[in-house]
Design a protein around this ligand. Sequence first.
Ligand SMILES: *Cc1c(COP(=O)(O)O)cnc(C)c1O
Length: 423
Amino acid sequence: MHSDTSSPGGEDPPPGQRLTQLKQFHSAGRGFWRDVSEADWNDWHWQLKHRISSLEQLERLLPSLTPEEHAGTQLANHKLALGITPYFFNLIDPADEHCPIRRQVVPRVEETHSASWELSDPCGEDSHSPVPGLVHRYPDRVLFLVTDRCASYCRYCTRSRLVSNASGYDFHPHFDQQIAYIRNHPEIRDVLLSGGDPLLFSDEKLDHLLSQLRAIPHVEFLRIGTRIPVFLPQRITPQLCATLKKHHPLFISIHTNHPRELTIEVREALGRLADAGVPLGNQTVLLRHVNDDVTVMQALVQKLLMCRVKPYYIYQCDPISGSAHLRTSVAKGLELMEALRGHTSGYAVPTYVIDAPGGGGKVPVSPEYVLSRAADRVVIRNYEGKVFEYIEGAKRPTAFKVSENFDAPAVPSPQVVEPGMWR
Ligand SMILES: *Cc1c(COP(=O)(O)O)cnc(C)c1O
């Protein structure tokens, strides 16, 4: 099939051609499940019920399972459960051991290795949690964890301590307590629902929760962080969109890491959300041999715009225990940012952040464009490396005094534009 990352030994086409290839929209259809009825396949409950969640299923579907994957899967259900929707599973290239889709969802034995500086709660969320399931780290907004379940499990999950409950975290959010906390804190104007994945809730449950939040006068803005449009686009039904539409302003952040995740099905699901007036952003995690490649990242951000999604953040991978094989350097992240800014639409350029370990929050990191600064000038460089000087001047002009050398332009007379004039 296809080999999109610069895989060892593989021959890559020239970058321009590779970019075009990566940006094409495909559908894997029913793939391995060709005997399943169209109605079942498109039913999100069917997809959840038939997730790949055991070693036996994985071995049957992926005869090329490597010893590292085999050993990792045997241990996965003690750490972070194995779970892959049939829809998403079809995006795996079974012939490619280095498939970027596969690396995100198939466990590997390296998950059992952890270094002394790695953490189970890398963002220090538990220490910023006033009530179970609520993280209040920034002054005006909260992270509201509504569930510990997802449609599929990302092997680098920053919240793997609680998500899927494989390590016995015993996550039980108390919605009454969480909502009371938000109601009692008038400084909270922004509530971000996450988890786990909030879109696993039924439409009724989601509607009820969003209504309760909307009833709090100081909550101005709601948002949902979800990977369901990518793992389970069948969930984005017209009824769900109608439910979400009742609670505007409501934004959604999706999570994609590789352009191949943006299939025809995902583009349609995102289109339904956008048509319901939901502004869409994307969060990407920088992952080794998944998207630590300029052409892959350019294809991803440009393809996101084609799906009506604004790339919002690229995260440096958190030092979560057992994720060393998926992490890459900050230098690589900076190189990718350098290759985006100026080279492609500003709308396609996300902010690169490191979530400071221990609870410092998101810190933006950027290539350096300011070369020097003095009281009256800054020296800057552009994306091509050309250097410019911007003079600030120490003196401000006096108000209400027209400069002597100012030549006022003549005011044009208004002109009526008749229909057809511009044809
Ligand atoms: C990321 C995050 C937010 C939202 O941050 P924004 O930069 O506003 O998107 C809020 N709370 C916590 C705990 C977070 O980790």
